[in-house]
Design a protein around this ligand. Structure first.
Ligand SMILES: Cc1cc2nc3c(=O)[nH]c(=O)nc-3n(C[C@H](O)[C@H](O)[C@H](O)COP(=O)(O)O)c2cc1C
Length: 206
């Protein structure tokens, strides 16, 4: 099996739940964006300071869970996901109700200083080989934000005739952000679609 078998396409960024093992052998989970480099390789960018980055630096391996359970995303972001969400697999853990998961073995790791909208920060760029892939459901569809951005963009576009003042300003800002996200996480078709939306939106330029 390769990443194509769980719906992952080269070049797209998917929102996943990465599970790792803490120093005391307990499980940890966090939402992490995973870029599909090719059928057998992923790249992730980890912000400095998370348990996930510490655990991966120590263990050189992690599990990527493909799921859409909203509470798993929320609980693992706001605090620690409770132990009954996890199931052991060899020496690691995956999320019990996941649609699919795979083991990723780190093959390179680099700390880089990154300047972005949020200031200067250290990010660990990590390449990993995909080994075992386990499908728990027949149809697996990994979470990619591009289509949601396109739908949001279209909604804003069709509302532009109806809004003015601060609301119009807000829509303009939102459209810039949506375009940034779609171009960051999407594939060729998503980017093409977003370009058309931006072109149509430009008739409302100030
Ligand atoms: C949808 C989503 C995607 C995220 N992607 C990343 C990412 O790619 N890299 C990262 O370092 N943090 C990412 N985060 C933030 C981490 O999940 C968050 O900092 C988390 O609290 C870290 O938990 P931990 O300390 O248990 O590892 C993301 C958060 C969300 C909600």
């Amino acid at each position: 099996m390769d990443l194509g078998s769980i719906g992952m396409e080269k070049g797209l960024l998917y929102e996943t739940i990465v599970t790792t093992v803490n120093a005391d052998h307990t499980p940890n989970a966090a939402p992490i964006g995973v870029i599909c480099k090719n059928d057998k390789e992923v790249v992730i960018y980890l912000h400095h300071g998370s348990k996930t980055v510490r655990n991966i630096k120590r263990n050189h391996s992690f599990i990527v869970n493909i799921l859409k359970d909203p509470m798993v995303f929320v609980e693992s972001t706001l605090g620690n996901l409770s132990n009954n969400y996890f199931e052991q697999y060899l020496n690691e853990f995956y999320i019990k109700n996941t649609d699919a998961f795979f083991i990723a073995d780190v093959k390179s790791l680099k700390d880089v200083e990154k300047k972005d909208n949020f200031g200067v920060s250290v990010t660990t760029v990590l390449k990993a080989d995909v080994s075992t892939i386990i499908k728990k459901k027949e149809n697996v569809e990994p979470l990619n934000r591009a289509i949601y951005g396109i739908i949001e963009g279209l909604v804003y576009l069709t509302r532009m005739e109806m809004v003015s003042g601060d609301m119009e300003k807000l829509y303009r800002h939102r459209m810039i952000e949506i375009s940034r996200i779609v171009n960051k996480v999407g594939g060729v078709e998503h980017k093409k679609a977003m370009k058309k939306i931006s072109e149509a939106f430009s008739r409302y330029d100030e």
